[in-house]
Design a protein around this ligand. Structure first.
Ligand code: HEC
Ligand code: HEC
Length: 283
């Protein structure tokens, strides 16, 4: 009898706690295009589709997490890789929606394109209930991306200089194969080993696949990883030159690669290698 009363008191206590927590937490909204997402509708979807990896508490400790590498995102940290917003700031709802829709290539994070846009908007709202940062901070202001400059060999060559000067090669390797001198030692903000992107693996990045996506990736950085933001050191038009050069590192046939192949066959002796030797030789 005593235990029963204790149980009822406990249950009552819990429901009071929940009643207090519900309105604030589950009142969270998202705004994705014309849609308004609601955390209360997102919660059952999360339980059905996301909980196994991201966990009941949203901390990335779902029951499948031990077998997954890279680990599922910990939403309580509110640190996100794919943002249109400056490094260190919260992403926009559209950024989160894009990530959920696209999925993360080369990881266990699937594309949730089969869900409806409304369901994804509801899920985005629910994800934002896991960290109090969404109550205290506003998302950052998306960086401005100027119109793309023409693809010319001058642009590719200048991008190549930047790849050398900004030391992208130290992590990504001289040929962009993810095997630079620092590559083996890198860890993310959760102390997990992390490899730099290998540009020869395909046409897609975690954070998209278009030239605009590529521009955004290195100008906003991949937060929570050693991949820095270069917004403070690379000028907007120079950034397009770097985009054009990065396209020559991929295995698919890009106009940039065609220009580069033609140039390098005609000017082989003038091309300085990328890496420590080029740095000591000066520019
Ligand atoms: C099979 C495991 C798995 C499932 C199921 C899963 N995710 Fe993920 N998710 C991941 C992994 C792994 C990452 C981290 C990838 C990385 O860091 O490269 C991730 C990352 C994310 C991110 C981070 C985006 C960013 O920019 O950092 C969001 C948001 C996300 N998942 C939402 C969801 C939602 C919503 C669902 C359910 C509809 C879901 N995930 C289901 C494994 C999963
Ligand atoms: C200190 C090491 C380091 C340096 C320097 C560095 N990167 Fe990275 N980069 C990384 C790591 C680690 C990742 C992988 C992040 C992940 O998978 O979550 C990455 C990922 C990327 C990606 C793919 C992101 C995605 O969405 O999949 C691009 C593109 C990229 N880096 C471009 C550059 C460029 C351009 C430079 C130089 C201007 C640069 N990086 C300098 C470590 C570095």
């Amino acid at each position: 009898m005593k235990t029963k009363i204790a149980f009822i008191t406990m249950a009552l206590g819990f429901s009071l706690v929940f009643a207090a927590a519900l309105p604030s937490g589950l009142a969270q909204e998202s705004h994705v295009g014309p849609l308004t997402g609601n955390a209360s509708s997102g919660k059952p979807l999360y339980k059905r589709f996301c909980i196994g990896c991201h966990g009941p508490a949203g901390d990335g400790q779902g029951e499948n997490a031990p077998w997954i590498d890279p680990k599922p995102r910990d939403f309580t940290a509110a640190t996100f890789k794919c943002r249109s917003t400056p490094t260190g700031t919260l992403p926009t709802d559209d950024d989160l929606d894009n990530a959920v829709t696209r999925g993360f290539v080369t990881t266990n994070m699937p594309s949730w394109n089969p869900l409806t846009p409304q369901q994804r908007a509801d899920l985005v709202a629910y994800i934002k209930t896991f960290s109090p940062r969404w109550k205290t901070d506003k998302p950052g202001i998306p960086i401005h991306i100027p119109a793309e400059t023409p693809v010319t060999i001058q642009s590719v060559l200048h991008g190549r200089e930047l790849f050398q000067k900004m030391e992208c090669w130290k992590c990504h390797g001289p040929a962009g194969h993810g095997d630079g001198p620092s590559a083996a030692t890198l860890t993310d903000s959760k102390d997990q080993p992390i490899r730099p992107y290998n540009f020869s693996t395909g046409s897609r990045f975690k954070c998209g696949q278009t030239n605009q996506d590529l521009y955004r990736i290195f100008m906003t950085g991949v937060d929570g990883t050693p991949m820095p933001s270069f917004a403070d050191v690379i000028q907007p038009n120079d950034a397009w030159d770097l985009v054009h050069f990065l396209r020559t590192l991929q295995t698919m046939h890009t106009p940039e690669l065609a220009l580069w192949q033609k140039y390098s066959s005609e000017h082989a002796s003038e091309i300085k290698p990328i890496g420590p030797d080029a740095a000591s030789g000066g520019n």
